[in-house]
Design a protein around this ligand. Structure first.
Ligand code: HEC
Length: 143
């Protein structure tokens, strides 16, 4: 028992035991005070963290292409307007989905569509095919 590491290990085990065994709600240093009944009440209402995560993933899997496109469209609002009404960039609302998709593909490939295509190249560059289809689906819901 001359090895100081042994004493350190004993100390750490004791510290961990103390920390997990003492859940005194009066102790302000204990950030996780929802234990026992409190935790049961929480999970009865909201589900366990695992159930919550599973539900979130199910919702994400159910999201339609237009829903996902809407999320992506957040970064387009500045130039094309919240409802695709146009601004710095042209009006998108009312355009055919095929047209949106083919133009986004062209921008992603670095091709020139109009005389300001440069502004769209960096926007379209990181898009996947799915992103482009989702954006097309969402823009198709604008009118
Ligand atoms: C920095 C401003 C800016 C941002 C951000 C931007 N755009 Fe554009 N967008 C433009 C401009 C400018 C044009 C016209 C480009 C040209 O002359 O070819 C354009 C053109 C387009 C076109 C072709 C429209 C047409 O009628 O020819 C589509 C589709 C498009 N953008 C979709 C998007 C989508 C989707 C996003 C978000 C992921 C986005 N843009 C983000 C500025 C922007």
């Amino acid at each position: 028992m001359n090895n100081p590491m042994v004493w350190f290990a004993v100390f750490m085990v004791g510290l961990i035991y103390y920390a997990t065994a003492s859940n005194n709600p009066e102790w302000s240093g204990n950030g996780n005070r929802c234990v026992g009944e409190c935790y049961d009440a929480y999970t009865a209402q909201n589900g366990t963290p695992l159930e919550q995560e599973t539900q979130k993933q199910e919702l994400r899997a159910q999201a339609s292409p237009a829903d996902l496109g809407k999320t992506y469209y957040a970064q387009c609002i500045g130039c094309h307007g919240a409802n695709g009404e146009g601004g710095v960039g042209p009006k998108l609302a009312g355009q055919a989905v095929d047209n949106i998709i083919s133009k986004l593909n062209a921008y992603r490939a670095g091709q020139t569509v109009g005389n300001q295509s440069m502004l769209m190249w960096s926007v379209a560059k990181p898009m996947t095919d799915t992103d482009i289809n989702n954006l097309g689906a969402y823009v198709g819901t604008m009118n």
